[in-house]
Ligand binder design. Structure first.
Ligand SMILES: [Zn+2]
Ligand SMILES: [Zn+2]
Length: 261
């Protein structure tokens, strides 16, 4: 299936080593089924992951990169890392800050360090006038508090891989953020999340793979890749009672203006 106007995978860890053997093939497989643009996020590992994402985006006009330190690694945030983030954020192909945020499910970094790193990323986003890619797991109340303290006027960006409640999503939208869904939307046990996706304003939504993680049905358990974002869009279209082309048009317009304009 090839879609017109095409889908954008708004969040993919394309620099991840699991793509080292076939990255070009992965990008062309996505393009051949209508996924014509991909956001190669940084933040899935050390600062080098963001630097590698920027190199990929510099070499391919259908890609954009983001630069940040994942909440899992927030304990390692330092002035030296911030200097390297600044150098990345000055580059035109690096269109957003992140992923940053709070992950209280894994707690891989101490929570105060996660909140501090998030605040520093929000300051960088304001300074460079770039949107922010937020990751939040089991930390919605604290995320809200940090956002309201650091950016009381609201902000531009996305809460990616959204898994919270309808009310939490609605509040993020009030702050100016978009909500993005992954393959979790296709999982059998995600009924509550599907109900949230059905009710939110479609014009504030995006779709993503978060690949190589979280492969949607029917690929669950395998390595995920950008081509599979179609499965997320398909479920969203069914939930909303609209065509997949409509979902593609609206979610791609959002991703386009956030990352590619
Ligand atoms: Zn994430
Ligand atoms: Zn991610």
């Amino acid at each position: 299936m090839t879609l017109q106007p095409g889908l954008i995978d708004s969040h993919c860890h394309l620099a991840d080593k699991s793509f080292n053997g076939d990255r070009e093939a992965v990008i062309s497989r996505a393009a051949s089924c209508g996924v014509h643009r991909i956001v190669a996020v940084g933040g899935g590992g050390p600062i080098e992951a963001s630097e590698a994402s920027a190199e990929l985006a510099a070499a391919n006009p259908s890609l954009r990169a983001t630069a940040g330190i994942h909440p899992h690694d927030a304990g390692n945030y330092s002035d030296e890392i911030e200097t390297r983030l600044r150098a990345l954020l000055a580059r035109p192909e690096v269109s957003a800050v992140g992923e940053t945020g709070l992950d209280y499910y894994y707690d891989n970094s101490p929570r105060p360090a996660q909140r501090e790193a998030l605040a520093r990323h929000l300051a960088l986003a304001a300074e460079f006038r770039k949107p922010v890619v937020l990751h939040c797991r089991d930390a919605e109340t604290d995320l809200r508090e940090v956002l309201e303290t650091e950016r009381p006027g609201g902000l531009s960006g996305v809460v990616h891989c959204f898994t919270g409640s309808y009310e939490q999503a609605a509040h993020c939208i009030e702050l100016g953020l978009l909500i993005s869904f992954t393959g979790i939307l296709t999982f059998k046990n995600a009924g509550d999340l599907r109900e949230t996706a059905r009710r939110l304003p479609l014009d504030r939504l995006m779709v993503e793979t978060d690949s190589p993680y979280l492969a949607p049905q029917p690929y669950r358990g395998k390595r995920n890749e950008p081509a599979y974002v179609c499965e997320v869009a398909k479920v969203l279209a069914e939930l909303r009672g609209v065509s997949i082309e409509t979902v593609a048009e609206i979610t791609s317009a959002n991703a386009e203006s956030l990352f590619f304009s």
